[in-house]
Ligand binder design. Structure first.
Ligand SMILES: [Zn+2]
Length: 276
């Protein structure tokens, strides 16, 4: 009997702590990160099926969440503009073409907003198919159509190279080129960046500080990493260049998605690892 009581007690205590940490007393902003949303491809780490995405949008809508833009977050942080009581931010990295073909209809259906951290050099134009011309990235007209209504863009490097492997001079040039190309294509973007490969140089504090300086130099005021944690708002000492996002992968069922939205997913993943 005692063998049963101990684990149950641990679970009860863990849930009470989680409730206090991420429950209604906790003013956190969940920022979800996706990559591909596909009705044809098999789900994997980067690909969430369109049917799962539908289920997730249905869930957040039913639960009374309001999806927000990057600019809403900025206005809240800088001008104190209130956010909706249950705000959530959907972000997608890279600018895959299925964001237009498969996600866009769902955003319209559920009246949701999303934010895409777009790789500037991968945006496809008729005269410049870019270095990865597989046709899997959005065409410039598609990118523009999306942002006229449902989507805002943020920066995500020029060619999706990891800043971890680049010199400061290369990073400076990369930031300049990505802004220049989006300006040239007429794609508007918010002053927000997402580190490609989640490379935010946590083990290189000197380089990290220098990169923050480069971001600042180019007018970038916020940057997102991936950390499977909520952002505690007001920011209370958080570094604006190290904001958190919660990964949603193709293997998440609705339970895991729910756990992600309330900031419990790290605990769930840890529990899964223990049980293996
Ligand atoms: Zn990326």
């Amino acid at each position: 009997m005692v063998y049963l009581i101990i684990p149950v007690a641990i679970l009860v205590v863990a849930f009470i702590l989680m409730y206090l940490y991420a429950g209604p007393f906790y003013k956190g902003l969940p920022v979800l990160v996706y990559h591909k949303i596909s009705s044809t491809k098999k789900p994997d780490f980067l690909t969430v099926s369109a049917s799962c995405m539908r289920e997730q949008l249905e869930y957040i809508t039913k639960k009374g969440y309001t999806t927000i833009f990057l600019s809403d977050m900025i206005d809240h942080l800088e001008k104190g503009t209130p956010l909706p009581s249950k705000a959530i931010m959907i972000t997608l990295d890279d600018g895959f073409r299925d964001n237009y073909t498969d996600l866009y209809p769902l955003l319209k259906e559920f009246n949701c907003k999303a934010n895409i951290f777009i790789v500037a050099g991968f945006v496809q134009t008729p005269d410049n198919l870019g270095p990865r011309a597989e046709g899997e990235f959005m065409l410039v007209e598609e990118a523009k159509e999306l942002c006229s209504e449902r989507v805002q863009y943020g920066l995500h490097t020029m060619y999706h190279k990891s800043y971890h492997h680049m010199t400061l001079e290369e990073i400076d040039e990369d930031m300049r080129l990505s802004k220049e190309r989006l300006d040239y294509l007429g794609i508007p973007y918010q002053p927000v960046f997402a580190y490609s490969f989640a490379a935010h140089m946590s083990h290189e504090p000197v380089k990290q500080k220098a990169v923050f300086g480069i971001l600042k130099k180019y007018g970038v005021r916020y940057a997102f990493k991936v950390g499977d944690r909520l952002n505690k708002f007001p920011m209370q000492g958080m570094n604006p260049y190290l904001l958190n996002r919660l990964t949603v992968t193709g293997s998440y069922d609705l339970f895991k998605f729910k756990m992600a939205t309330i900031g419990f997913i790290r605990i769930v993943k840890r529990f899964e690892r223990i049980m293996k």
